[in-house]
Design a binder for this molecule. Structure first.
Ligand SMILES: [Mg+2]
Length: 160
């Protein structure tokens, strides 16, 4: 079984804060589409698909990630991480941390997010029996070549 890749949208795929961000492609014809979607770099899609892992959306976009984000990246429909009380703080932990570890069920995983903290890292070490890479992305930059390279190296190392 391939490792899992839990993928956040706001921050890694839709950068925010900092300087102006480039935009890509035409805006959607529908007027209710979030204009931030234009910040998604379509070139990231093939890069993500080339990684030897199974991607899962882990984002407040929920099912909208499949409807709005995946087509811009050329990604197929992906499973979506669900959670109870979505968005509410889980004590000192990020609210995605427990559901991600539960979903993984011991399987190796990568989690790409701009909100990973030290508490999340230590909780995963204590509660997840397999290998895990928690990659914190700077939201001002979004997912970079260096980030993708780090994930690629980690997955290759795991495969040995
Ligand atoms: Mg985020």
């Amino acid at each position: 079984m391939l490792p899992l890749l839990f993928l956040d949208v706001d921050g890694p795929l839709i950068p925010f804060g900092g300087a102006d961000h480039p935009t890509y492609g035409p805006m959607s014809a529908t007027s209710d589409t979030n204009p931030l979607l234009a910040r998604i770099n379509p070139a990231l899609g093939p890069r993500l698909l080339a990684l030897p892992c199974e991607p899962v959306w882990a984002t407040t976009w929920g099912e909208d990630a499949n409807a709005e984000v995946a087509p811009r990246l050329g990604l197929p429909e992906l499973p979506v991480l669900g959670w109870e009380d979505g968005g509410r703080p889980q004590g000192p932990l990020h609210w995605k941390t427990r559901p991600i570890v539960a979903w993984a069920g011991g399987r190796p995983f990568v989690w790409i997010d701009d909100e990973i903290g030290e508490r999340d890292r230590s909780w995963v070490v204590e509660n997840h029996p397999g290998p895990a890479l928690l990659l914190r992305v700077a939201p001002e930059a979004g997912l970079t070549e260096d980030d993708l390279a780090a994930v690629g190296r980690w997955l290759a190392e795991l495969d040995r």
